[in-house]
Design a protein around this ligand. Structure first.
Ligand SMILES: Cc1ncc(COP(=O)(O)O)c(C=O)c1O
Length: 393
């Protein structure tokens, strides 16, 4: 079956956070702004998922659900098929999203005053989660060299050897800079953390959206020692556009760590809702054909952005993502303050992007654009940006 990713679907009539006119007005100053910020896609989900959800809805009874064998096996088989990683059903804990999982993890494994390592610019809720749990951010800023972000391993070692540092939240692949970390990089990071007794939480929510020749390596697959010192957060939500169904699979190979985290989840009382469970099974068992077509469309969108920038905005530098449908645009050549850059996007271009500075130090001169939309919308947004930034300086 051939899926149509060019089709424009009106989302304003749904409860979409991305397209909410009220939110666009309040946060971005104009309800007519083109929303290219929060990370969900403007594409219809794969037909097998829609059909499975319709069938479940028609059953008509929505009592308490559970993690069925089918649900767990779908996640196990997906890891084997896509990443060649063999995991056990028993390792999987369910949470209603990766953000909730990260909160429960920090709550469970840190005390107030402990430090948690992150690498900015990075997905901004990480900082909020750390601070709201009474912990401190130990930031290891990424280094941008020749258009590619790298980790600073000597600073990482310094931060990790502080006795108050308990956890590292790794973003793999990395949002917003789009890096797919190589095995060598992950090994170096993992060894530093093991040496210093720092538990690695690897957020792999974007790991199915990787562009060749890059290859995602699950952190826990690298070695038994790495598996024992990690929690791997996965979900079909970014991959298959299911974020509103709130589901994620938290893979914890270490039994002691798993039991501790599970105790927390049991206390709160968390099980998959009926629709999330059905969607996961359909997505992982029957969604691959759609995913392959999606990846091809996203790569075409990326080529379109590249061509457009070269031709119309040559002073903007694209940090080309190796994964994710998020492009990180460098406006530093214009010498604007973050507030001035924000004003150009919001007031002149009327395009709702995520401002780079919210991702932490190193993001100030950037804007993040979500390109998981029909090409016609992407083109319209880029035109607006080019026309507005053109007369800046
Ligand atoms: C790196 C990363 N982690 C987590 C999330 C959100 O996860 P969830 O919707 O499962 O809470 C996002 C969403 O953009 C993300 O980019």
């Amino acid at each position: 079956m051939k899926y149509d990713f060019d089709r424009i679907i009106d989302r304003r009539s749904t409860d979409s956070v991305k397209w909410s006119e009220k939110l666009l007005q309040n946060r971005f100053g104009n309800k007519e702004s083109i929303p290219m910020w929060v990370a969900d896609m403007d594409f219809m989900v794969a037909e097998p998922i829609r059909n499975a959800l319709i069938e479940r809805a028609q059953h008509g009874i929505f009592g308490y659900g559970q993690k069925s064998d089918e649900f767990l096996e779908a996640a196990v088989n997906w890891q084997r098929k896509r990443n060649d990683w063999v995991i056990e059903k028993e390792w999987i804990l369910f949470t209603p999203g990766v953000i909730p999982a990260l909160n429960y993890i920090v709550e469970t494994f840190c005390n107030r005053g402990d430090k948690v390592i992150i690498q900015s610019p990075v997905y901004y809720p990480f900082s909020r989660i750390i601070k709201n749990n009474g912990c401190h951010i130990a930031n290891n800023p990424l280094i941008l060299t020749n258009g590619k972000y790298q980790m600073d391993f000597s600073k990482l070692e310094e931060l990790a050897c502080d006795s108050r540092t308990k956890l590292m939240i790794l973003c793999s692949p990395h949002n917003p800079v789009g890096r797919v970390w190589t095995e060598a990089e992950l090994r170096q990071l993992g060894e530093i953390c093991i040496r210093n007794n720092v538990l690695v939480v690897s957020d792999e929510i974007h790991s199915d959206l990787v562009y060749p020749p890059n290859k995602h390596i699950p952190f826990g697959k690298i070695s038994e020692e790495f598996a024992m010192n990690s929690i791997i957060c996965t979900s079909p939500s970014k991959t298959f556009n299911l974020a509103g169904l709130q589901l994620s699979n938290i893979i914890v190979p270490n039994e002691r760590i798993r039991q501790e985290l599970n105790n927390k989840l049991q206390t709160i009382g968390i099980d998959p809702n009926s629709f999330a469970a059905v969607a996961q099974v359909a997505a992982y068992n029957h969604g691959e054909e759609w995913l392959e077509q999606l990846l091809a469309y996203l790569q075409d969108n990326l080529r379109f952005i590249e061509g457009f920038i070269n031709e119309r905005m040559p002073r903007v530098k694209l940090v080309k993502p190796e994964a994710t449908y998020l492009a990180w645009l460098d406006f530093s050549d214009y010498g604007l303050t973050p507030q001035e850059l924000q004003a150009v996007m919001r007031e002149k271009a009327k395009v709702a992007l995520d401002d780079g500075y919210i991702f932490g130090p190193g993001g100030e001169q950037f804007q993040r654009i979500n390109f998981a939309c029909p090409r016609a919308i992407l083109e319209k947004a880029l035109e607006r940006i080019a026309n507005s930034i053109d007369d800046v300086k």
